[in-house]
Write a protein that binds this ligand. Structure first.
Ligand code: NZQ
Ligand code: ZN
Length: 396
């Protein structure tokens, strides 16, 4: 295993009715609260009422910032920064999915940097680490997907420049997150699928990476992947089932709270390619991943005997492919095939066209440029040329 530091201080309030704990958190914050949310789904799934009730009990001033879109953008983030400064906000409360949470993280960052610094150019583009003393962040989660509720990462889009970038820094980590699975029951079938595609891919991004030697992280990742598949089927079969939604919520949090990447390289090439697509076409993140991920697998499976062996292990331990009398490569390819078939069966898009994306040559170049030569990848580095090849392959 590689050396690592593990420090994840997020307090999780898990289960039905847990939003009542916000009262105590608001009292602890002791001042104005900026409540950030999206296009209104929280008014239909009960989260808005629960949060408002808890905040009224605490008595803090509450400022609302609504309208955060999926693939959140810089402009609304800067509106939030202004509000934090104007109202001397003491707690930012994100109520929604990954987009709302990430926007709130960047609001905290934007409000904490120097007056002469630029959020996008000086931090997001460069990865410069955040100051330690940001306004604290609380989360009320309404999707099972990104893991942002228990992590230090966030993703933002600069739409005018057609750039979508991830940013990671410990001070962005939420102070607490409320995970009430009842809020998930209003998710559409599509959003449910996109969330599962995302959490499954997160697990793979960590699992398909060096070193391949024995470690607990990989065994945990396999268990999480098997469990995600079980929850995925259960949520589609019974969208209002509490057990199914509870499992989905915790699966997604565990898939990206960094516990399963300890001791490993991590890969994230599929995410780099997906961000290039949604930077240009504004498609849901999970839809882009469902298209790219199996194509990335086909590109990487024969990169080295070690890579093939890892895919073979995954095929057997996650997809139940019988190992008897089969070479690693045969087994590995059977696993990828089962994954593709599964995605098709649940109704996830599998080609760019099915995701509503029709690039011409210039657009393939632009997406490959977005991935750049700052190659991600572990078993195989994915540079600009490799990303272009994978994207072109995503047409079929
Ligand atoms: O805007 P509202 O009305 O709230 O509707 C949202 C939105 O339209 C809706 N929704 C959310 N909860 C709902 C609901 N509809 C019904 N019932 C509910 N309970 O769902 C739509 C999508 O919401 P969004 O927040 O965009 O989804 P998700 O949680 O999948 O977040 C995706 C964003 O997170 C980024 C993605 O790139 C994308 O921008 N990611 C963040 C990561 C991180 N911070 O670590 C890692 C991921 O890899 C990912 O890149
Ligand atoms: Zn993701």
């Amino acid at each position: 295993m590689q050396n690592f530091i593990f420090h994840n201080p997020v307090k999780i309030y898990f289960g039905q009715g847990q939003a009542t704990n916000i009262t105590e958190e608001a009292r602890r914050a002791g001042g104005a609260i900026l409540m950030v949310y999206g296009g209104g789904s929280i008014k239909r799934n009960g989260a808005y009422n629960d949060v408002m009730k808890a905040l009224q009990e605490a008595g803090n001033e509450v400022i609302e910032l609504a309208g955060v879109t999926p693939n959140p953008r810089l402009d609304i983030t800067l509106q939030g920064v202004k509000l934090v400064k104007e109202h001397d906000v003491k707690l930012i409360l994100a109520v929604g999915g990954g987009s709302v949470i990430d926007c709130a993280k960047f609001i905290a960052l934007g409000a904490g940097i120097g007056e002469d610094e630029d959020l996008w150019d000086d931090y997001i583009e460069t990865g410069k680490q955040a100051p330690e003393d940001l306004v604290p962040l609380g989360v009320v989660l309404t999707t099972a997907a990104t893991g942002s509720e228990m992590g230090d990462a966030a993703v933002l889009t600069h739409w005018e420049r057609k750039r979508k970038l991830g940013y990671t820094s410990h001070p962005l980590t939420p102070r607490f997150s409320v995970l009430d699975p009842t809020y998930l029951t209003t998710l559409s079938r599509e959003q449910t699928i996109y969330g599962f595609a995302d959490m499954f891919c997160h697990t793979c991004e960590q699992y398909f990476s060096l070193p391949s030697d024995d470690n607990l992280s990989d065994e945990m990742a396999e268990a999480i992947m098997r469990h995600i598949l079980r929850s995925w089927r259960a949520c589609l079969a019974q969208p209002t089932d509490y057990t199914a939604r509870s499992n989905a919520m915790w699966d997604s949090t565990l898939a990206l709270n960094r516990i399963i990447s300890r001791g490993k390289d991590e890969d994230w090439a599929t995410h780099g390619i997906e961000h290039a697509i949604s930077a240009k076409y504004d498609i849901p993140h999970g839809a882009g991943l469902a298209v790219v991920h199996p194509h990335w697998m086909k590109y990487v499976v024969e990169a080295s005997p070690e890579a093939t062996a890892r895919f073979a292990r995954w095929a057997t331990n996650v997809w139940g492919v019988d190992a008897t009398g089969k070479s690693d490569l045969v087994r590995a390819k059977e696993g990828i095939e089962r994954y593709s078939d599964f995605l098709a069966r649940v109704g996830a898009p599998r080609t760019l066209e099915e995701a509503g994306v029709h690039p011409d040559d210039a657009m393939f170049d632009a997406m490959a440029d977005h991935v750049g030569d700052d190659a991600r990848g572990s078993y195989k580095k994915i540079d600009r040329a490799a990303a272009r090849e994978i994207l072109v392959d995503c047409q079929t």
